[in-house]
Design a protein around this ligand. Structure first.
Ligand code: NAP
Length: 327
């Protein structure tokens, strides 16, 4: 089969379309003909050699796909050849074919195409899991979402609004702030125009937010604690701005009874991911079918322009997801 391969760890110029053995589905696995996949920051780290795939995962880049079932191995429940599916995969998405556990496959709603479906799993699973399973967000609460116009951010704004929460965001340009407002954010702050904590406190009458979803890390640590309300939760999803905090006043954690937690989706067990998939299919997928939720797609690149797509993400230009059409 054809697949996007990496000549040697490095820049986007190392990516090329080459030949790779087609994977064989094992017990409980589907072989899927990939029609679209989407980019994630993890792909860039993996391309650079900084994020090795977990044991047993394909060495090919790509954490999410949409396509058509080519063959169902034994023990795959009701899935049949020809079914339109989309899924989170542990790797191998940038390829003509991928194998995945049948427990991870989701039916593509009739109103979504392959490119739209491919833009959903990583962003929406991450947002759903961090908002509700880890962050325990409730209707009527306030959540601050950093990198609001990112793939995960655009998913989180929609899910939080749909659950009845008030959403505040930060982002780095006027166009990104406008996109976040259009998705339902009540307040959007440009972090390049000065500290956000004071503006968040002003916007919330001095009370602060109940939950922060953070992708930036160290540079935001003090401000995150400052603008959290009593009993607030901080969920660390990425450290794009740095991972080492120089100063940390632990007394603030005690005084406001704050909880700080972090997570990575890729390292979760297959059972955890299957449970997340089941709940997502039951509770969230119908919202896409109804048109209440939608993947935000910035651009679709044909997969022979994958290097250009990676550079586009590295330049922080995207609002929402960047999709690769697998032709
Ligand atoms: N832990 C997990 O389970 C998990 C799962 C999925 C993704 N992630 C991580 O979450 C992050 C977001 O993923 P994504 O695919 O949604 O990203 P994305 O669509 O590529 O968007 C990332 C955005 O973050 C902003 N940003 C980048 N560096 C920044 C910095 N130093 N300070 C402030 N803002 C910065 C940029 O927007 P502005 O123009 O607004 O600055 C950039 O466009 C990535 O780091 C990814 O690896 C983690």
């Amino acid at each position: 089969m054809r697949a996007v391969l990496v000549r040697q760890p490095g820049g986007a110029e190392q990516l090329f379309l080459g030949e790779y053995p087609t994977p064989e589905p094992g017990e409980g696995e589907l072989l899927v003909r990939v029609r679209a996949t989407a980019l994630n920051r993890a792909d860039i780290l993996q391309r650079r050699g900084l994020y090795p795939p977990p044991p047993g995962a394909s060495p090919i880049l790509g954490l999410e796909i949409a396509g058509v079932v080519e063959r169902a191995g034994p023990g795959c429940g009701g899935w049949r050849a020809g079914d339109r599916v989309f899924a989170l995969v542990p790797g191998g998405g940038y390829a003509e074919y991928v194998t995945l556990p049948a427990a991870m496959a989701m039916p593509i709603p009739d109103n979504l195409g392959f490119e739209e479906a491919a833009a959903i799993p990583e962003a929406f699973f991450t947002a759903y899991q961090t908002l509700f399973w880890i962050g325990r967000l409730q209707a009527g609460e306030r959540v601050l979402i950093h990198a609001g116009a990112s793939g995960v951010g655009t998913a989180a704004i929609q899910l939080a609004r749909d659950a009845g929460a008030d959403v505040l965001v930060t982002a780095g340009s006027e166009a990104k702030l406008a996109a976040c407002r259009a998705l339902g954010a009540s307040h959007a702050f440009n972090y390049k125009e000065g500290p956000f904590a004071r503006r968040v406190l002003e916007a919330t009458g001095g009370r602060g937010v109940d939950l922060v979803l953070d992708f930036v890390g160290a540079p935001y640590w003090e401000q995150n604690l400052e603008c959290l309300a009593t009993d607030g939760r901080l969920v660390l999803i990425a450290t794009m701005g740095g991972g080492v905090v120089e100063r940390c006043d632990l007394r603030l954690l005690m005084a406001k009874r704050l909880q700080v937690t972090g997570t990575t989706l890729r390292s979760r067990s297959p059972e955890y991911k299957a449970r997340l998939t089941r709940e997502f299919v039951q509770r969230v997928l119908p919202r896409f079918a109804e048109g209440r939720l939608r993947p935000v797609i910035d651009r679709v690149f044909p997969w022979d322009r994958v290097a250009e797509a990676h550079r586009y993400m590295e330049a922080n230009r995207n609002i929402g997801k960047i999709v690769l059409r697998v032709e």
